[in-house]
Design a protein around this ligand. Structure first.
Ligand SMILES: [Zn+2]
Length: 389
């Protein structure tokens, strides 16, 4: 049994408790959160605040070897041109080593669960041994209809392998701009069968311009690379491609939403009540030098979760860095709300809130210490760091 205390404990399902004492059993299960009493003995006291383990709702662990390879601010078409060229710059064992290093790095920083996009089984062995819970989304994309059957088979094979290994795993779609109609509708049906999907949405203004006006960089990109079965412009926002006839019960992680307008949001929540707006602010600054309309999402009480995205578009896989980026740019968002995005909302998005996301008795959410917090203003500072306790 451990008793842990700090300046404040943020249980997330309830208000922060000043000098609260968290009792955790030897398995890591929460026993109770109580007020400090003079009679309490053997309390580990930490300077800072404590919250449940972070849920990184969007990552691509298998791209960890691409750190510092793609220049910043390329825009999305520049970025997706670079990825296939660079994906194999390291040999397989180097790729696995990088992924292993960052799996460990994430855990030490307090990340206990990850929604991880995989295009292959490269990370499966390390996931088997990891302290982190992964939900693996096996992603498919291609704008060549002739390849659809091959891609579907490969995707199914990878999902089946994960299932045999006991993983939480499901098939998913990449993005509105990167899939021909045949693959898109097949993958959508498959994902709906699993009841969960993750989808890169409106990461660039180029996506909006292409689908709405048949203009912009995607038009150029498709013709430059002679893409055979590009999706056709619809005159409507790209959110419609997925959501027009989406199964209402499927949990949906819409990832990025950097260029989501208020009417896109209104349409999306009318189409499904099961959307989590999964934001990766540092990746957005890296690729597009733009942030999502976080004030709008917050004002509309959107269900927001936070992801780090991959090291091909980030300098780190650190949730605290993502939260700092939000609070630096949107100073009126309260710390408790930010931490809710980084914990409970991510857990709900992945369907694991019975174990993760809050300090409710019986859960095993992990405990994270965040130091160098300004507890007067209750804000993170540039010196704030996080670690698993
Ligand atoms: Zn991504």
């Amino acid at each position: 049994m451990r008793k842990i205390s700090a300046d404040y404990i943020f249980p997330i399902h309830a208000k922060p408790v000043k000098n609260g004492v968290l009792t955790i059993d030897d398995d890591g299960k929460i026993v109770e959160l109580s007020a400090f009493s003079e009679n309490d003995k053997d309390i580990e006291f930490y300077a800072g605040i404590i919250c449940p383990g972070f849920v990184n709702a969007h990552c691509h662990l298998e791209l960890s070897h691409l750190k510092n390879t793609i220049p910043v601010h390329t825009g999305i078409t520049g970025f997706i041109t670079e990825i296939p060229k660079l994906r194999n710059i390291a040999d397989k064992s180097q790729q696995i080593d990088a992924a292993k290093f960052y799996d460990n790095f994430m855990y030490r920083q307090g990340i206990v669960a990850v929604g991880d996009i995989s295009n292959s089984d490269l990370t499966f062995d390390l996931k088997k041994q990891s302290k982190i819970f992964y939900h693996t989304f096996v992603e498919a994309f291609s704008c060549d209809a002739g390849e659809t059957d091959k891609i579907l088979q490969q995707n199914q094979k990878t999902v089946d392998l994960g299932k045999r290994l006991g993983f939480s795993i499901s098939p998913t779609l990449h993005a509105p701009y990167s899939m021909c109609d045949k693959l898109f509708s097949e993958m959508k049906l498959r994902a709906e069968k699993y009841g969960i999907l993750s989808y890169h949405n409106q990461e660039s203004q180029d996506e909006n311009e292409y689908f709405e006006n048949n203009s912009g960089n995607f038009l150029k990109f498709y013709s430059e690379f002679a893409i055979p079965d590009k999706p056709l412009p619809t005159g409507k926002s790209p959110v419609h491609r997925l959501l027009d006839d989406i199964d209402k019960n499927t949990k949906i992680l819409l990832v990025h939403n950097t260029f989501t307008a208020e009417n896109d949001y209104d349409f999306a929540i009318s189409a499904s009540k099961n959307i989590t707006w999964t934001l990766c602010p540092k990746s957005n600054l890296y690729i597009e030098n733009h942030l999502p309309p976080i004030e709008m999402f917050s004002r509309k009480k959107a269900k927001i979760a936070i992801g780090t995205d991959s090291l091909s578009s980030n300098t780190n896989l650190s949730m605290i860095d993502e939260l700092l980026t939000v609070s630096d740019n949107f100073r009126n968002i309260e710390l408790n709300e930010l931490l809710t995005w980084a914990t409970l909302n991510g857990a709900k998005a992945l369907g694991i809130e019975n174990k993760f996301g809050t300090f409710e008795a019986g859960k095993m959410p992990g405990t994270v210490l965040i130091d160098n917090v300004d507890t007067e203003k209750m804000m993170l500072t540039k010196k704030s760091t996080s670690q698993i306790l």
